[in-house]
Design a protein around this ligand. Structure first.
Ligand SMILES: [Zn+2]
Length: 319
């Protein structure tokens, strides 16, 4: 495999950007999606991160059932730790700090049981449940040990799941190359990123791991233009834009629908997956969740459509 310099920006939901340096220990190969996707169908990969709100779980699972679509849920481990037990979660870069999280904890033990049941119900219904790690920290400067601490704690906290996670959406999409051996040790098969401008390809990253090589995929989330501004196609990024420009929820919803339908058309034309990457939050009076539901209904009418989970997408492209 040809070795190329690895220059890649991971920015993210909260506009944090980290830099992954060129490194002889790993290399990256671009691969087109097209040969792996079903011809003449729109492939939709819709995912959420978060997982706290029980009402949102019910709402999303009801919608999925009604529309026969499959979602990927990137869950946060801290939402499966009760407030009473929060000191059992240790801050990954400094394990002497107990009970720190940027997104709080899971509330009462009763709520955690309900949340676990939603996870199990979602998995039983064919949805994909994967990891958004735990405390929602910016790990772009973390050491390998810090990453290992975070992954190990996720495995411990989420041991109730019938299978281990293989796909990651990093909090703030922030990461660095020191996580790579940790991904290999955990058997992680894909990460999502916001690499800037080449959406017809995904990256296959190969790293030396012990005496062998380890490979995982990196799926970029697209940026698109709205009134000249580049927006990462995630609900949070639309929210920031709409707040800044004082756009009311009705218009925000219509704008997102228009932009997403344009994106779906480009995905169909360019033979690449249409990623919808949202959160559990109902920002802007649920404008983005409403938009997402309408876009899903609309593309189902407009195109022959297949919904893949992130695991299914990985299985396709790794054949
Ligand atoms: Zn997040």
């Amino acid at each position: 495999m040809k070795k190329i310099a690895f220059l890649c920006f991971f920015g993210g939901v909260l506009a944090l950007t980290s830099f992954v340096e060129a490194n002889d220990e790993y290399f990256v190969k671009k691969k087109p999606y097209a040969p792996y996707l079903t011809p003449d169908k729109l492939t939709v990969v819709a995912s959420f991160d978060g997982s706290k709100s029980l009402e949102r779980w019910q709402d999303i699972l009801d919608f999925a059932d009604k529309k026969q679509v499959k979602f990927t849920f990137f869950i946060s481990g801290v939402y499966f730790v009760s407030d009473d037990d929060k000191k059992s979660y240790l801050y990954p870069p400094d394990m002497s700090i107990k009970g720190r999280s940027d997104i709080g904890f899971g509330g009462t033990g009763e709520n955690i049981e309900k949340r676990k049941n939603f996870v199990l119900k979602a998995m039983a219904a064919g949805h994909d449940v994967q990891t958004h790690l735990n405390g929602h920290f910016d790990g772009s400067r973390w050491s390998e040990d810090a990453w290992r601490n975070e992954f190990d704690q996720f495995s411990r906290i989420c041991a109730f799941m019938p299978s281990s996670v293989k796909h990651v959406r990093f909090p703030l999409l922030a990461m660095n190359h020191k996580v790579f051996p940790v991904l290999a040790a955990a058997g992680v098969k894909s990460v999502m990123s916001d690499i800037e401008n080449d959406y017809e390809n995904f990256n296959l990253i190969t790293l030396k791991y012990g005496a062998t090589n380890y490979q995982f995929a990196e799926f970029p989330i697209a940026y698109e233009k709205e009134n000249g501004a580049r927006i990462l196609l995630m609900d949070y990024n639309f929210y920031l834009y709409d707040e800044k420009h004082r756009i009311d929820p009705d218009k925000a919803e219509k704008d997102m629908i228009a932009l997403y339908l344009d994106e779906a058309e480009r995905c169909m034309r360019d033979k690449r997956p249409f990623f919808i990457s949202h959160h559990f939050s109902n920002w802007n009076h649920a404008a983005y969740w409403d938009a997402m539901q309408q876009v899903i209904s609309e593309v189902k009418k407009k195109y022959p459509t297949e919904f893949l989970t992130v695991s299914e997408l990985y299985d396709r492209v790794s054949k």
